[in-house]
Design a protein around this ligand. Sequence first.
Ligand SMILES: O=C(O)c1[nH]c2ccc(F)cc2c1NC(=O)[C@H]1C[C@@H]1c1ccccc1
Length: 232
Amino acid sequence: ILRGSEARPHLKPYMASLQLDGQHVCGGFLIAEQWVLSAAHCTEETDGKLFQVLLGAHSLTEPEPHKRLYQVRAQFPHNGSNVHNNKDDLLLLQLEEKAELNSDVQVLPFQRENRDVAVDTVCEVAGWGTIDHSGKRPDKLQQLQLPVISRDVCNHRTRHDGTITENMMCTDSRRKDTCKGDSGGPLVCDGVAEGVVTAGSRVCGNYKKPAIYTRIAPYAEWIDSVMASADG
Ligand SMILES: O=C(O)c1[nH]c2ccc(F)cc2c1NC(=O)[C@H]1C[C@@H]1c1ccccc1
């Protein structure tokens, strides 16, 4: 998160840190007791290893009352996701067991009505991604409020040049922006997850390259079917 601020500790109890060998790789969020939603690109360099999911955390390193690292039983990248573009960039992770819900670990509802969020709506994003152009990594969760911009503006020749589909949405990226390590986290508008930060490599903090999110509503049926199919 570039030019954001430290989040109020444990006030985003749905936030997850996807880790490999104790290192934060991507964000994610709890959508059901045993399920976390994130971005498929985040699995690109894991050569088949499963993530571990840290829940209940504010600091990535300090001991905290309800902080707990969960093993992952299975990972389900969306079939349409691929390394060449941002299409269908979603990843479902089934935890080895149901997360213990408490004041620091809670599920976040996601939008099921497939209708665009109104332009200029101010939404919120959070993450443990890079906080400056030197690539500095924060220990504590950062947050930021960002306005939604229209798909037409985002698709302008000088911006993302027609690559933003109706299953994606954008926020302004002038100075304040998401960045590497924030991918997989939720874009929260009026308390509901409307998007997932895409994890394709992207420049951060450049107004000519707005942040791109996978809209969740178009994938509600996919999410429900994967959760129903996997045991439990
Ligand atoms: O965040 C992303 O956009 C993104 N997209 C990916 C694609 C493949 C992939 F193997 C990883 C990623 C990845 N995450 C990262 O590189 C994370 C490791 C870097 C990081 C940044 C800040 C704080 C901690 C760690």
